[in-house]
Design a protein around this ligand. Structure first.
Ligand SMILES: C=C(O[C@@H]1C=C(C(=O)O)C=C[C@H]1O)C(=O)O
Length: 185
């Protein structure tokens, strides 16, 4: 199951100009990097990168997701939740969603993605345009229990191709920050 929660956990997604105080530079550098996170993690892990699906299925999307995708509240969508792992450790929790109507119009098969990275698909297809990244302190209740903790940075952005919108949210877990620090020592 995805980590369904009361919608009340209000989440404030902020674009870069709205962010005050700013986090430190290494954090900003990860949060607002517009390149493929899959590729960056593959590099950081020296090719010991993997994707583990946690949940994939149709669900009513959360209110903040419907708002970002311009859908009515409670609209159905495809939900894919995964860990992006380095050396087998969960480094990032990612949740990607798209509306059922947009997916049914065609062109993107998320159901058969499995442990292949969605990032490869998005970044290999030049037609996808990435919209500006927004960040938040990700609600603890929306994380899998084994990594749930308050105050973790999350980010999201919309990838768009011919009217098909995919909203990708990524939450940076403590093991990622640890690995990134080690790399810079
Ligand atoms: C958007 C990207 O794709 C990543 C891969 C995902 C997946 O396979 O489900 C989910 C979110 C992303 O972190 C990326 O690599 O930048």
């Amino acid at each position: 199951m995805p980590y369904e929660t009361p919608q009340a956990a209000a989440v404030a997604w902020l674009a870069y100009p709205q962010l005050a105080p700013l986090p430190d530079q290494p954090t900003l550098d990860w949060l607002f990097d517009e390149g493929s996170l899959t590729r960056r993690l593959t590099g950081l892990s020296h090719d010991h990168f993997s994707v583990t699906p946690l949940f994939e299925g149709w669900q009513p999307l959360r209110d903040d997701e419907c708002a970002a995708l311009g859908l009515r509240p409670g609209a159905q969508g495809w939900v894919r939740e995964v860990y992006l792992r380095g050396h087998g450790q969960p480094w990032v929790f990612a949740r990607s969603v798209a509306s059922r109507t947009a997916l049914e119009r065609g062109g993107l098969d998320l159901e058969t993605l499995g442990s292949r990275s969605l990032g490869e698909l998005l970044f290999c297809d030049q037609a996808f345009v990435r919209h500006p990244i927004e960040v938040c302190s990700y609600p603890q209740d929306w994380l899998p229990a084994e990594v749930a903790s308050a105050g973790l940075w999350g980010r999201r952005s919309r990838f768009e191709r011919d009217g098909l919108d995919l909203l990708v949210a990524e939450v940076f877990l403590p093991a990622l920050w640890h690995a990134a620090k080690e790399e810079n020592r």
